[in-house]
Design a protein around this ligand. Structure first.
Ligand code: ADP
Ligand code: ADP
Length: 223
């Protein structure tokens, strides 16, 4: 369970986040919808600890993580430009965060293969990441996040670089993966359709606050 308590973030005298509060349950796919410039990325950055809050608290499973450095938070972040390491294979990209932790080779191998299977990328493990499609790169980025077994996931418009058809397929995949992991996902997007098709619950971010929080069906009537 993730509790955001009255989060406030300012850049100079511009208030980006003006009292954000919500409780997100474990295993929930929570979507934050808002236009460009609404503060979505900033919200994810303060949760990840990359940007400092002006005030407010972040509680994860009863533990206050507000002042922990990013590397102690056990949170995975997936961005729209996935920042894969270009001169490495798919396998080495996924294994990289585990090597950094000096995990044993056998355990790394076991984890990489398990995650590759979940994401359906087993047969491209030996390819260079520059030689695979955008949709495949997206999966590798997600695999690299999952392999660390984080307590939850922050996703910043991770599908926006895909073409419309691939994006449609990727949404279904992402939802399936989230359920299979029983992962807690916080996903931001400016795309209302995407929000509605993915969210268990969603919030609309406007003027630094959550205007509405609820199930998609409660917020919008289907046509
Ligand atoms: P979104 O992700 O919803 O597009 P952002 O969180 O990126 O929005 O940005 C929200 C607002 O905060 C924008 O007006 C942006 O220009 C501003 N902003 C973001 N980062 C900084 C920064 N480091 N310094 C000053 N202003 C920033
Ligand atoms: P996005 O909208 O995709 O989140 P942006 O282009 O708004 O990305 O921002 C890119 C980077 O520049 C981010 O790290 C953001 O924090 C920073 N940034 C955005 N707006 C400003 C600003 N007005 N002043 C300083 N840094 C900013």
């Amino acid at each position: 369970m993730i509790e955001l308590q009255n989060l406030v973030k300012k850049y100079g005298n511009f208030t980006v986040l003006n009292g954000i509060s919500v409780t997100i349950e474990s295993g929930e796919f929570f979507v934050i919808l808002g236009p460009s410039g609404a503060g979505k990325s900033t919200l994810l950055k303060v949760i990840a600890g990359i940007e400092k809050l002006d005030s407010g608290r972040i509680i994860v499973d009863g533990k206050d993580i507000t002042n922990l450095p990013p590397e102690k938070r056990n949170i995975a972040m997936v961005f729209q430009n996935y920042a894969l390491y270009p001169n490495m294979t798919v396998y080495d990209n996924i294994a990289f965060p585990l090597k950094m932790r000096k995990m044993k080779k056998e355990e790394i191998d076991e984890r990489v293969k398990r995650v590759a299977k979940i994401l359906g990328i087993t047969d491209i493990l030996n390819k260079n990441v520059t030689k695979i499609s955008g949709g495949q790169q997206q999966r590798v980025a997600l695999a690299r996040a999952i392999v660390r077994e984080p307590s939850f996931y922050l996703l910043d418009e991770p599908l926006s670089n895909l073409d419309a058809r691939t994006r449609f397929i990727a949404r279904g995949e992402l939802k399936r993966i989230q359920k299979e992991l029983n992962g807690t996902f916080i996903y931001v997007t400016h795309d209302q359709k995407e929000a509605m098709s993915l969210a268990d619950r969603m919030a609309v971010l406007h003027m630094g606050k959550f205007e509405q929080i609820g199930k998609p069906i409660e917020l919008y009537e289907y046509p």
